[in-house]
Design a protein around this ligand. Structure first.
Ligand SMILES: Nc1nc2c(ncn2[C@@H]2O[C@H](COP(=O)(O)OP(=O)(O)OP(=O)(O)O)[C@@H](O)[C@H]2O)c(=O)[nH]1
Ligand SMILES: [Mg+2]
Ligand SMILES: [Zn+2]
Length: 301
C-alpha cells in the first residue's frame, strides 16, 4: 500500500494511505531514495556507474508501507532542507506587516533561499488589519516591485477574513508549505482557511521573548485536493550553502543588465550596469543594498 507522510515525530511517521486511512509506522532503517547515474570517467568501457544515496523518509514523501513499516520511498520531485520536506510545489513566504516588524532584508533572504531550492515562492503579508489605511497603501506600493518581478503577493488578515479566498485559490491541487518568521501568523492562517481546525497559536511577544516556536513540527493537512503544510517559523535564516558566484542570479531583475565586466559582482565597480540601474531607479535600492549585504556576509564566511 502506498501513501504520503504527513508528520514525523520521534521517529514515528504518520502516513495517509491511498485508501484514506492514517497509520503510524516506523521506517525500515535508511532507505534508498535517489539513484544517481554518473559517468565513470576513468573507465575505458565508458559504462555508467550507479551510485545510490541512502536517505531517511521525510514529510511529503510518497512511500510504500508493508507490514506496518515504511519499506520504500517513491521517487521525489524535489527535496527541501529548510524546512525539511519533500515534493513541495510552492512555498508561501509568510511575513507580518507588523509584529514582528516587516523587513525587506528578511524577505530577500528568504527569496534567495527558496530560489536556490528551485521552488516557487508566493509572498503572503499577514496582519494587515494592524496597519492604518494610509500606511497600508504605501506598503502595498512598495511590494508592487516584487509583483513586477513576477511573484504573487497576497495581503491577508486572518482576524478580519481578508485575502483568505485568494490564498485558498493559490493552494488548489498543490503541496504548499507555509514558511516564514516565527509569529507571522502561519498557524492562524491555516485555522482561518480550515475553520474546523484549532492549531495552537501564540501571542508573539511571548513567543519571541522566549525565543520559542509555537509550532514545533511539520504537519501536512489535506486541503483543496492538495496539502497545506504548517512549519515552525524561523528566528534566524542563514546564507549557508549559497555561493558568492550564484547570489546575483537569485536577484532576478539583475539579469536584465548585461555588465560589460566579466564576473562582475556589481559591488560598486565604476561603470557597472547593475549599479547604474540602481542609481537611475530601475532597480529598487533596498534590493541592491540587501544584495551587497548578503555578498559581504558570504565573503566573510
Ligand atoms: N491582528 C492580527 N493578529 C494576527 C493575525 N494572524 C495572526 N495573528 C496573531 O499573531 C500571533 C502569532 O500567530 P501564530 O499563528 O501563532 O504564528 P506562527 O507563524 O504560526 O508562529 P510559529 O508557529 O511560532 O512559527 C497570534 O497572537 C495571532 O493571534 C492577523 O491577521 N491579525
Ligand atoms: Mg505556528
Ligand atoms: Zn556589474
Amino acid at each position: 500500500m502506498t501513501g504520503r507522510i504527513i508528520n514525523l515525530c520521534g521517529g514515528v511517521y504518520k502516513v495517509l494511505l491511498d485508501n484514506n486511512e492514517t497509520v503510524n509506522v516506523k521506517a525500515r532503517g535508511k532507505l534508498r531514495a535517489v539513484k544517481k547515474l554518473s559517468k565513470n570517467e576513468n573507465s575505458l568501457s565508458n559504462k555508467e556507474s550507479v551510485m545510490t544515496i541512502k536517505e531517511s523518509p521525510k514529510v511529503g514523501d510518497m512511500v510504500e508501507v508493508e507490514n506496518d513499516m515504511i519499506s520504500k520511498i517513491l521517487d521525489r520531485k524535489n527535496s527541501m532542507i529548510r524546512p525539511d520536506v519533500a515534493n513541495v510545489d510552492q512555498i508561501l513566504l509568510t511575513f507580518a506587516c507588523v509584529e514582528p516588524d516587516f523587513s525587506f532584508y528578511l524577505l530577500d533572504l528568504f527569496l534567495v533561499n527558496i530560489l536556490k531550492q528551485k521552488i516557487e515562492p508566493v509572498i503572503v503579508i499577514t496582519k494587515i488589519d494592524k496597519l492604518e489605511d494610509e500606511k497600508l497603501e504605501v506598503f502595498k506600493k512598495e511590494l508592487d516591485y516584487y509583483k513586477a518581478l513576477g511573484y504573487k503577493v497576497i495581503f491577508v488578515s486572518s482576524h478580519n477574513n481578508i485575502g483568505l479566498d485568494e490564498v485558498a485559490h493559490a493552494l488548489e491541487n498543490k503541496i504548499t508549505i507555509l514558511s516564514g518568521q516565527t509569529g507571522a501568523g502561519k498557524s492562524t492562517l491555516i485555522n482561518g482557511l480550515i475553520p474546523e481546525f484549532n492549531l495552537q497559536t501564540q501571542e508573539i511577544s511571548y513567543a519571541l521573548g522566549r525565543g520559542k516556536h509555537t509550532t514545533r513540527e511539520i504537519n501536512l493537512y489535506s486541503y483543496k485536493n492538495g496539502f497545506i503544510g504548517d512549519t515552525p517559523g524561523f528566528s534566524k535564516l542563514s546564507l549557508n550553502g549559497i555561493d558568492k558566484n550564484e547570489l546575483a542570479s537569485y536577484f532576478v531583475e539583475f539579469k536584465k543588465y548585461t555588465c560589460k565586466f566579466k564576473d562582475c559582482y556589481h559591488n560598486h565597480i565604476k561603470g557597472c550596469r547593475v549599479e547604474e540601474a540602481v542609481l537611475n531607479g530601475e532597480i529598487l535600492k533596498s534590493r541592491y543594498d540587501n544584495y551587497l549585504k548578503m555578498l559581504e556576509q558570504i565573503e566573510k564566511r
